[in-house]
Design a protein around this ligand. Structure first.
Ligand SMILES: NC(=O)c1ccc[n+]([C@@H]2O[C@H](COP(=O)([O-])OP(=O)(O)OC[C@H]3O[C@@H](n4cnc5c(N)ncnc54)[C@H](O)[C@@H]3O)[C@@H](O)[C@H]2O)c1
Ligand SMILES: O=C/C=C/C=C(\O)C(=O)O
Length: 489
């Protein structure tokens, strides 16, 4: 599949595509081929983007009503939809993911994010309180949401368009102007988005795009810019910590969606086939490169052996291949560098004493894919909860399955993590579902499903998994200055 992305991916500043002195390679992880060169924004370019965003707030964008902004965001959604296949091809070229996933998840959610937050913002209510006063005349309090101003957005490579627009859409819906820095691993759909913004008539400076890396590059320059009013970041927990320090002096508003080491818990009373299918999705979707994936699986002892055997059979049957191959289940990891990290955990697991139930290595294709970043989907058993492979985020197609005997035991084991993002519970006992879901110390619990998303709900993690919540009104509140006005009657 030939990518749609242009030969040169440029930054988008103040309504213009601009080059840069330095460029870096954009590599296809399926076969290691060069897709395009990417212009790396220097500090001056980042500051120019921040200044353009500030200026845009004084222009037509700042004068628009929320209804007018919502209409503009629907035009952006229309623009993505009109170029749907280009976005799919660009996302697939950058990431190697199955074509079907790019179509049904990544690009579809890019469109949905703009439409959802356009409508939520246009229909959002705020609070009002009448209060009695000593003089009997009373007072009226009401809340207003005002734009934060200039919002810095830094996004990861695992769901490139989905996660970039998960931030851009509400930020713009709330009247801000943004400077977005996508991952260096997945620059293509962000660049197409800039074209769509321009063509939809989004005023210059409202949406700015700077390409580059993190430290000593565009990411760091953006976090250090004194011209941003807030920073929203999705990525690794340790990167979040670095960014938090960078914005601390300016006391900037931050929203962090970070790493996870999520658990799936399968009780003996679960619908067995549904739980097997569900854990296959939650451990191997997107080659395990989803922050919500289950790298830890706990199965109640009476069904443990049967469950492990069922998962092994499904994993051995997974079709690994080219993105546009019919029935392909899994593509490569995002890069050779990330593959080396995951293979390092494959080796560590064996040193820590794991039983390798399935996978544990690199598939051999005998074609160009052998130059790609593929690994085998992998299943382990036999490790203690203290093993690094059971405590550290690997971010690959791998899970460790362990037996448990009691509800209190498994709740304690699931919660004994530095992370707290998501959990998937499998049980047909309704009382247990509600009881255990509330006891798990995470931001997101799915019961008898996984990654079923209502964009109006709170999304985020606790502990090392994040700071703040986005989604629905939580996004409207984060991307706004919420002020209370009290009128003495
Ligand atoms: N909680 C969530 O919703 C969520 C969603 C997706 C991914 N993630 C997490 O993201 C990670 C995978 O993504 P990744 O490898 O791109 O993460 P990463 O932290 O390496 O990079 C994320 C982004 O931050 C930038 N960056 C890196 N160092 C920086 C710095 N010092 N200053 C400013 N910017 C910097 C990168 O260029 C990239 O754009 C995993 O840990 C995954 O769990 C979390
Ligand atoms: O890799 C993490 C996935 C995050 C997904 C979302 O933020 C979402 O579905 O809105």
């Amino acid at each position: 599949m030939k990518p749609a992305s242009p030969a040169l991916l440029r930054n988008y500043v103040d309504g213009e595509f601009v080059g840069s002195a330095a460029t870096f390679d954009n590599i296809n992880p399926v076969d290691g081929s060069l897709i395009a060169q990417v212009c790396e924004a220097d500090r001056a370019t980042v500051e120019a983007a921040v200044a353009a965003a500030r200026l845009a707030l004084q222009g037509p964008w700042g004068a628009m009503s929320v209804q007018q902004r919502a209409a503009m965001l629907h035009k952006v959604a229309d623009g993505i939809a009109a170029r749907f296949d280009e976005f799919v091809a660009a996302e697939v070229a950058d990431t190697g993911r199955p074509l079907e996933q790019a179509r049904t998840l990544d690009i579809a959610r890019g469109i949905a994010n703009f439409r959802t937050f356009a409508d939520l913002a246009a229909c959002a209510n705020t609070d009002a309180f009448e209060m009695a006063t000593a003089d009997g005349a009373g007072a009226l309090n009401y809340t207003v949401r005002k734009p934060l101003g200039v919002v810095g957005i830094i996004s990861p490579w695992n769901l490139p368009l989905l996660l970039l627009t998960w931030k851009v859409a509400p930020a713009l819906a709330c009247g801000n102007a943004v400077v977005a820095k996508p991952s260096e691993e997945s620059p293509a759909t962000a660049t197409l988005l800039a074209e769509v913004m321009r063509d939809a008539g989004v005023p210059r400076g409202v949406f700015n795009l700077v390409h580059g890396f993190g430290a000593d590059s565009a990411g760091q320059f953006l976090t250090e810019s004194k011209g941003i009013d807030a920073l929203t970041f999705t990525g690794e927990s340790r990167t979040g910590s670095t960014i938090m320090k960078a914005v601390a002096d300016g006391v900037k508003e931050v929203s962090f969606e970070l790493g996870g080491k999520n658990a799936a818990v399968v009780f003996a009373d679960a619908d067995f086939d549904a739980a097997v299918a569900g854990v296959m999705r939650s451990s191997f979707t997107n080659s395990g490169q989803v922050c919500l994936c289950s790298e830890r699986v706990y199965v109640e002892r009476p069904i443990f052996e049967r469950f492990v055997a069922a998962i092994k059979a499904k994993v051995d049957a997974l079709k690994i291949g080219y993105p546009d191959e019919g029935g392909v289940d899994m593509g490569p990891l995002i890069s050779h560098g990330h593959r080396d990290k995951v293979l390092g955990y494959f080796r560590l697991a064996e040193q820590e004493g794991a039983t390798v139930v399935a996978g544990g290595g690199v598939p051999h294709f005998g074609d160009a894919r052998d130059n790609g970043a593929y690994v085998q989907p992998t299943v382990w058993t036999g490790l203690p909860d203290s093993a690094r492979c059971v405590t550290e985020e690997i971010f690959g197609p791998v899970c460790h399955i362990a037996p448990f005997d009691a509800e209190d035991e498994v709740v304690a084991r699931v919660n004994a993590s530095d992370y707290g993002l998501a959990c998937a519970l499998w049980t047909t006992n309704l009382s247990r579902a509600h009881r255990v879901a509330r006891r798990i110390h995470v931001g997101l619990v799915w019961v008898n499903t996984w990654y079923l998303r209502d964009l109006r709900t709170a999304f985020g993690g606790v502990k090392l998994s994040g700071l703040g919540r986005e989604g629905g009104r939580y996004s409207l509140d984060f991307y706004s200055d919420v002020a209370n006005i009290c009128i003495k009657l």
